[in-house]
Design a protein around this ligand. Structure first.
Ligand SMILES: CC(=O)SCCNC(=O)CCNC(=O)[C@H](O)C(C)(C)COP(=O)(O)OP(=O)(O)OC[C@H]1O[C@@H](n2cnc3c(N)ncnc32)[C@H](O)[C@@H]1OP(=O)(O)O
Length: 181
């Protein structure tokens, strides 16, 4: 196994025509369909980098910035942003294109954490990321800090660490009625 690989080596791109069968009741493409495609391309990218079967451990924030119409071309691009010991963060960007006008729109970007598995189903080491430009350093650092922030958030709100007094004040202005028994 190579010790380090560039993001270019595992970059993946797919384009699909959005069919009426992918639409929701409002006539736009179903968000779940787009999420499924994003998960597939994240899997393809992580598997290419690690040369292992990978599973999706988590998905970081998906904002649907603009709806996708039936008949548009949807292009998804994925590349490795971060490598841990056995996990990889794959950045996925989704763009739609109107076939007749050629106009493109950015529909969403998201970050999938994928974990490589060995043949026994255990988490398995992956090659590190060889970064050759400043954008790569920025992406790697962003993923590292997101991961650390998620860990802090999880700890802060788990049952054993949650400090109720610390939050009661800030909930006063929220749409909540508290009736403790
Ligand atoms: C909706 C669906 O259908 S999901 C279906 C597809 N996904 C799956 O089936 C995954 C099911 N989950 C699993 O298999 C496990 O929970 C795993 C592999 C995600 C994590 O298993 P664990 O036993 O916690 O693994 P372990 O502690 O060895 O951690 C492995 C790596 O995953 C990372 N990791 C584990 N959980 C998470 C998480 N929730 N978010 C981000 N990273 C995570 C760890 O930080 C570690 O990374 P590192 O080696 O780079 O430091």
């Amino acid at each position: 196994m190579k010790k380090f690989k560039t993001a270019r080596e595992s970059r993946v791109s797919i384009t699909q025509l959005m069919l009426p069968s992918h639409s929701n009741f409002g006539g736009k493409i179903h968000g779940g369909h787009i999420l499924g495609l994003m998960d597939q391309i994240a899997f393809a990218c992580a598997s290419k980098h690690s040369r292992k079967y990978c599973v999706t451990a988590s998905v970081n924030r998906v904002d649907f910035l603009s709806p996708v119409e039936v008949g548009e071309l949807l292009t998804l691009k994925a590349s490795i942003n971060y490598t841990g010991r056995t996990s990889m963060v794959v950045g996925v960007r989704v763009e739609s294109q109107n076939v007749t006008t050629g106009k493109k729109r950015h529909c969403n970007s998201s970050y999938f954490t994928m974990v490589a598995k060995d043949e026994n189903g255990n988490s398995s080491p992956v090659p590190g990321l060889l970064v050759q430009d400043e954008h790569g350093i920025r992406r790697f650092a962003r993923s590292k800090f997101r991961k650390e922030a998620a860990f802090r958030r999880d700890t802060q709100f788990d049952e054993n660490h949650f400090n109720i007094k610390q939050y009661m004040g800030s909930l006063k202005t929220e749409n909540i009625k508290i009736e403790l028994k």
